[in-house]
Design a protein around this ligand. Structure first.
Ligand code: AFP
Length: 362
């Protein structure tokens, strides 16, 4: 490998290898696309684009950098453990939940990009009166997905959904945020795993960016992600199997029954973080299920800021997302923290699951 300075007359800096690689690539004209350059390029192809959505996505990337930094030092700066409070979901609030939520609010509150912010961690949305006339968008998010992983260094994520603020004659209200998944204008997630990734769609495919910490830039690492029509992996909490319906039980038995012709049994992969499990499936195929239960037919996951954004991402990559009986993106939203069963992944796998859950297959 020729050292920096030999190729592009760049100064011979004593830099860590990844950075040298990036410089070397750039002097050879192969600099990987950064998030902002990629979004700007894509936006140039969109007639009438004003750059606000591009800025919003770039700000999501900033949130990812800030939270990733906190997570990297989580064990060291005593932000583990809980605040002792209970959030609107009835769950114990972990300090990192709060920090992640505050990070989203700090980045977007005065950005001029959004006129409303809704979070899993906040019972009511934050409506921004000073923004409502010029800010075109509303942002809904789960600031820290997989909170149970916080104290054991397992993967975590954040999920976001962007809606257009349709009303210009008045400030937005909570009801303006309660919309069907088909009305999203952007959606995606941040994954805090072995590396930090941002994956998003604006309806023209799904693209993944990996944070290069050495330069603080997200670099395009997964352009136009397409998921396999069928996988070999399932993710679900089998500790809940006693609460599953007959159809769900039969589907899971089917997945675990050996049959070489259909690649069964599938392997179980469940991390406790929806984003991490869906990301694996997005790249390698398979299925994730948090189904309706006998005592909780609506399931656990939230429609507006978990199921809808991930459903759009997965559909844009060729997959499917269902409640077990209908397409997630078609579910009529009725309230901000509405829950919904989620069966999401490779199209053929989700189709099989629907047939069992609906009793059309035994
Ligand atoms: P938390 O953020 O409260 O840990 O919930 C995570 C999650 O919403 C999703 O990320 C996981 O797949 C699922 O819930 C885990 O739920 P169980 O702990 O009930 O399996």
């Amino acid at each position: 490998m020729r050292e920096v300075g030999a190729v592009g007359q760049a100064p011979s800096l004593s830099l860590p290898t990844p950075f040298k690689t990036v410089i070397l690539a750039s002097t050879m004209g192969q600099f990987p696309l950064t998030l902002s350059r990629f979004i700007t390029q894509k936006q140039a192809a969109q007639p009438g684009a004003t750059g606000e959505l591009a800025s919003l996505l770039t700000q999501i990337g900033l949130v990812g950098k800030l939270i990733a930094q906190d997570l990297r030092r989580a064990g060291l700066i005593n932000i583990l453990g809980t605040t002792g409070e209970i959030n609107v979901q009835g769950e114990t609030v972990k300090k990192l939940d709060e920090i992640a939520n505050e990070t989203f609010l700090k980045v977007f509150h005065h950005s001029g990009l959004v006129c409303a912010l809704a979070s899993e961690e906040m019972e009511k949305p934050v409506l921004l009166p000073e923004n409502w006339q010029q800010a075109k968008y509303m942002l809904l998010f789960d600031p820290l997905d997989g909170s149970s992983n916080t104290d054991c260094n397992m993967p975590l994520g954040a999920i976001f959904s962007v809606l257009k603020s349709e009303r210009k004659d008045r400030m937005p209200t909570e009801d303006d945020l309660v919309r069907k998944g088909t009305e999203q204008v952007a959606a995606g997630y941040l994954l805090y795993g072995s590396s930090t990734m941002l994956v998003y769609t604006v309806g023209h495919g799904v693209h993944g960016f990996t944070l290069e910490p050495g330069i603080g830039e997200y670099l395009l690492s997964h352009e136009q992600i397409r998921m396999p029509a069928r996988g070999r992996v399932y993710g679900t909490n089998e500790g809940n199997s006693h609460k599953w319906t007959t159809g769900t039980k039969k589907y899971m038995e089917y997945l675990k029954t050996p049959d070489r012709a259909t690649g069964r049994p599938y392997s179980g992969r469940y991390s406790g973080c929806l984003v991490a499990d869906v990301h694996r499936i997005l790249l390698e195929g398979g299925i994730y299920l948090y189904p309706g239960e006998l005592d909780r037919p609506e399931g656990k996951l939230r429609l507006l800021y978990e199921a809808n954004p991930l459903a759009w991402v997965v559909e844009q990559a060729g997959g499917k997302a269902s409640t077990g009986t209908m397409r997630i993106l078609d579910v009529e939203a009725k309230q901000l923290h509405q829950r919904v069963p989620l069966i999401i992944g490779s199209a053929n796998d989700v189709r099989d699951a629907e047939e069992f859950i609906q009793g059309r297959r035994m």
